[in-house]
Ligand binder design. Structure first.
Ligand code: ADP
Ligand code: MG
Length: 361
């Protein structure tokens, strides 16, 4: 299938500052794609270049196979939604949504049909004649989205559109946004610095760091098989065990972690004895027990901190000479572990390894 969006070696400099570097990205139509990364990593710049608001310093951008690198925003079939999605305050909801269609010169009957269809999509049929000031924040956000979708853009660009909403409404809008994307089958390119938001909505997450793509994949792969320490730390919480390879057993790497032998899935790597690796051990993969568990990897520790979070308890367990492991437990189980001494265990199947860049070029 021809990609709907393609970045070919795109670079963007502001003076001597490189905001986006060596960007190569190909997006299949109909997907929810999220650019995720810390503030300043180049997400908005990437989106603005696709929208035509910023010109790349070098490289090419293609929309459905057509080079649009130098095509002005109003001449390319994309639309953008920002956080401050200012609706026209003096126009009704229906007229707000109709705005882009009137610009396109559609006839009244066609405009009416399209507006009704979009209002129905977000269950705002009864609000057509209201003014934006008569709607809640969440409803206004839906209208802004429909206004952007009305002219049927090839790609809808969304730059942190939910970041001004409170937590509850934000979670609700995440689910709704994903549902709208699925119903319309449009390609959404969404920008956020919030990993949870990215995991909730995306078909594909593009993790950016310092103007470059760090890793790209579906949410499960990025969470379960992070390819770098940056991604492992940025997506979810993690324990990183810096270990030395001592051998291999098929797809499993055997490692020494501070005197304890542990095993981990080696993923695509072929580590040699003596190599240093990080074992990625997610907090929820750890089982804590009073008695020694019958599980592949286990080590004795001492509970140093318990933090009750309602639906889980986070335990900080000290192992070896002062290393702290973060373990996630059901609160009731955590209460049963009343002493300090505890066994920490995990299966190799729940882990993955990352090369330690300090020892690998
Ligand atoms: P993000 O959206 O990921 O937070 P941006 O794409 O906005 O990051 O910015 C990437 C980098 O480029 C940042 O270091 C930012 O300061 C810089 N930058 C963005 N826009 C401009 C501009 N118009 N002039 C100079 N530097 C800019
Ligand atoms: Mg930004």
């Amino acid at each position: 299938m021809e990609p709907v969006v393609q970045f070919d070696n795109v670079k963007k400099c502001y003076g001597s500052h490189v905001a986006v570097d060596d960007l190569n990205l190909s997006i299949e139509p109909g997907k929810f794609v999220t650019l995720l990364g810390p503030s300043g990593c180049g997400k908005s710049t990437t989106l603005r270049m696709l929208g035509g608001f910023d010109l790349p310093t070098s490289g090419r951008i293609l929309l459905s196979g057509k080079d649009v690198t130098r095509v002005p925003p109003n001449k390319r079939n994309v639309n953008i939604v920002f956080q401050d999605y200012a609706l026209f305050p003096h126009l009704t909801i229906a007229r707000n949504i109709a705005f882009g269609l009137e610009l396109k010169g559609l006839d009244n009957a066609a405009i009416h049909r399209r507006v009704s269809e979009l209002l129905e999509l977000v269950q705002l049929q009864d609000y057509a004649k209201r003014l934006p000031s008569e709607l809640s924040g969440g409803q206004r956000q839906r209208v802004a989205l429909m206004r952007a979708l009305a002219p049927d853009p090839e790609v809808l660009l969304l730059d942190e559109p939910l970041s001004a909403l409170d937590a509850k409404l934000r979670q609700q809008m995440q689910i709704e946004l994903k549902a709208i994307q699925e119903k319309t089958g449009k390609t959404f390119m969404f920008v956020t610095h919030d990993q949870e938001e990215a995991l909730t909505m995306s078909d594909t997450i593009v993790v950016m760091n310092n103007g470059r793509i760090e890793q790209m994949g579906d949410p499960h792969t990025l969470y379960g098989r992070p390819g770098s320490v940056f991604v492992a730390n940025f997506i979810g919480e993690t324990n990183l065990l810096r270990s030395t390879v001592t051998g291999a057993e098929g797809d499993i790497a055997v490692l020494d972690w501070k005197g304890t032998t542990i095993r981990a899935e080696r993923g695509g790597l072929s580590p040699k004895a003596g190599d240093h690796l990080y074992v990625v051990l997610r907090p929820e993969a750890i089982q804590c027990s009073a008695d020694e568990p019958a599980i592949g990897n286990r080590v004795k520790g001492r509970i140093r901190q318990r933090v009750f979070k309602g639906n889980h308890t986070s335990l900080m367990v000290e192992v070896g000479d002062g290393d702290l492991l973060n373990a996630l437990m059901h609160p009731a189980e955590a209460v049963r572990l009343d002493g300090e001494d505890v066994w920490v265990g995990w299966s190799h199947e729940t882990t993955t390894v990352i090369p330690d860049r300090q020892t690998h070029g």
